[in-house]
Design a protein around this ligand. Structure first.
Ligand code: 5AD
Length: 360
């Protein structure tokens, strides 16, 4: 019975097997789904508390060398107006978040690998650390890089890095990326980041064409084996004009959304003390998506603080919420909604996961 499986995992997260998780992803009784979310929320309360950490997300640049089949910013996407924020704009955005007491920011960009970019980011990170008196936490999400670049940025003061594996199944990964993107290289980057000293986050897209419940169950076990500190996962959202959107989408939006919430809940049960983000893609499919993610066990929100003039151009997938709001408006509505749920916000805190704290 599903109750027994849920109890087993809640009491002993290490005991979860691929077959257990596959079964729990597929099961579709409303009573069960309620129980799953409640169990995940209990685990979050116990290990993390009813506290949400905010990361101000700065979409630094949409220039990208990669040509991933799912992404609106892929290098062969025509009609994307490519931009890179200036150093001052990035630093101003980050300091805005610091003054709003967010505690930390995420700098995200398409993948670029030249020395000019590496220096640019290194200098920007160092500057935002010093101008915030070292108080602002800095997370990077800048794709696959070499060890020297990761090290340069770590020394500049960044302490967390997000690099999604997209799918932990090598064959599925291959259907998402051109030959130049290698699964093993991506995995090696995750290990290298850990080695350099970062707290490491990864994640997958959920509801991809060709993706099965078993793939997703094995993704969860992959996260556990990799001993990751943070997770960011969201539903796959087809972007017109990309090759993957042209291949028959296997899942309806509602199914992708529900699967994404279950993934969050199951990851919370299996990895009780990591940080799990309730991602913007959830809200793209449901106006209450991010709150529902928090109720399913997530504990991190990433309000978009990219300056308005660039927002429309960071067009990874369609339907991103808040693209027409200012950072100020985004923040105000989000904070109100969190309080309404009875959770508090970890103002002024980096909000590192207990998992990372124990390891470091
Ligand atoms: N739908 C959902 N998520 C996407 N991403 C890229 N394209 C899409 C899409 N069409 C996610 C990837 C990437 C992150 C920055 O955005 O997982 O790592």
């Amino acid at each position: 019975m599903w109750q027994d499986v849920l109890d087993k995992i809640e009491n002993d997260p290490e005991a979860a097997t691929s077959a257990d998780l596959t079964g729990l992803l597929l099961l579709d009784e409303s009573e069960y789904v309620e129980c799953l979310f409640r169990a995940a929320y209990r685990v979050k309360e116990k290990h993390i508390g009813r506290i949400v950490h905010l990361r101000g997300l700065v979409e630094v640049s949409n220039r990208c060398l990669c040509d991933c089949y799912y992404c609106g910013l892929r290098s062969s996407s025509r009609g994307v107006s490519r931009y890179r924020m200036t150093a001052d704009e990035i630093i101003e955005s980050a300091l805005w978040a610091w003054r709003k007491r967010y505690g930390s920011v995420v700098l995200q960009a398409g993948e670029v690998r030249d020395t000019g970019f590496v220096e640019f980011i290194g200098n920007v990170v160092a500057e935002m650390k010093s101008r915030s008196r070292g108080e602002l936490g800095v997370t990077l999400s800048l794709g696959e890089q070499d060890r020297a670049s990761y090290t340069r940025w770590f020394k500049a003061g960044a302490h967390r890095y997000l690099l999604r594996i997209e799918s932990s199944d090598e064959a599925l990964f291959k259907t998402l990326h051109p030959a130049g993107n290698d699964f093993t290289a991506r995995k090696n980057c995750l290990n290298m980041l850990r080695d350099v000293g970062y707290q490491v986050g990864t994640g997958v897209m959920i509801g991809l064409p060709g993706q099965t419940a078993e793939h997703l169950a094995n993704d969860i076990l992959f996260f556990r084996t990799m001993d990751i500190d943070m997770l960011g996962m969201g539903p796959y959202i087809p972007h017109d004009g990309t090759p993957l959107a042209a291949s028959a989408g296997d899942y309806e939006p509602g199914i992708r959304f529900n699967l994404a919430l279950r993934m969050i809940a199951l990851c919370r049960l299996v990895m009780p003390d990591i940080n799990i983000a309730s991602t913007t893609a959830l809200q793209a499919l449901n106006p209450q998506g991010r709150e529902m993610g928090l109720l399913a066990g997530a504990n991190v929100l990433m309000p978009n603080i990219t300056p308005g003039k660039y927002r429309n151009d960071y067009d990874i997938y369609p339907g991103k919420p808040c693209v027409n709001d200012s950072p100020e408006e985004c923040a105000a509505s989000l904070v109100g909604r969190i309080h309404a749920m009875g959770e508090t916000i970890g103002f002024d805190k980096w909000g590192d996961s207990p998992h990372a704290m124990e390891r470091l």
